[in-house]
Design a protein around this ligand. Structure first.
Ligand code: PRP
Ligand code: URA
Length: 209
């Protein structure tokens, strides 16, 4: 069963409050999502493996550590996932970026795939799939299906706000994928929106509606 980590760091919680606030405009919303992306990346990379190397400081030779292990790729679920990419790249600038395009059919709430482009060396990479919202879970489950179909084996999922039903759907479909969230909300409303949530993440990020 995939583990669920809720990041209760005060800075993440503070910024999430203003992301949720309906009076926060597009520019500030985008900046805050970017900042929370960076803070969550800091937490999510806690278990990254290190290796020891030898360098020369101005004083003497020293054995010290650098990151080792798998190469990373960040995969936003289009559109809203794009808002978290730059924030993650600030901490992991060497990561490759793949894209999975999905939209949720407003009638059926089922995800419809329209684009998938991943780095070539899929099997050797560790993937972090990002999307601000995990509602019914359909989009995240489908995005990770798309990655696995192409050979991805090591996947984490990171989002801002999740509904319990979405977490359950992910754990059932992808028990090997750990889920990293900033908040676990109460439920979904009749239109499949997270309550209290933050509204439509794509529309708020890009100023559409
Ligand atoms: C939103 C959000 C997720 C999805 C979550 O995208 O960014 O991808 O809904 O809902 P689910 O868990 O019920 O699948 P949306 O379909 O609105 O597309 P957009 O990002 O292009 O606006
Ligand atoms: N997609 C969103 O953008 N917001 C929700 O609350 C649910 C799905």
């Amino acid at each position: 069963m995939g583990k669920v980590y809720v990041f209760d760091h005060p800075l993440i919680q503070h910024k999430l409050t203003y992301i949720r606030d309906k009076n926060t405009g597009t520019k500030e919303f985008r900046e805050l999502v970017d900042e929370v992306g960076t803070l969550m990346a800091f937490e999510i990379t806690r278990d990254m493996p290190l290796e020891e190397i030898e360098i020369e400081t101005p004083i003497q030779t020293a054995k010290t550590k650098v990151l080792s292990g798998k190469k990373l790729a960040i995969v936003p679920i289009l559109r809203a996932g794009l808002g978290m990419v730059e924030g993650v790249l600030k901490l992991i600038p060497a990561a490759k970026v793949g894209h999975v395009g999905l939209y949720r059919d407003p009638e059926t709430l089922k995800p419809v795939e329209y684009y998938v482009k991943l780095p070539a060396d899929v099997e050797e990479r560790e993937f972090i799939v990002v999307d601000p919202m995990l509602a019914t879970g359909g989009s995240a489950v489908e995005a990770i299906n798309a990655l696995k179909k192409r050979g991805a084996k090591n996947i984490k999922f990171m989002c801002l706000v999740a509904a319990p039903v979405g977490v359950e759907a992910m754990q059932e479909a992808h028990p090997d994928v750990d889920i990293f969230i900033a908040a676990l909300d109460e439920k979904l409303n009749d239109h499949g929106y997270i309550v209290p949530g933050l509204g439509d993440a794509g529309d708020r990020l890009f100023g559409t509606k």
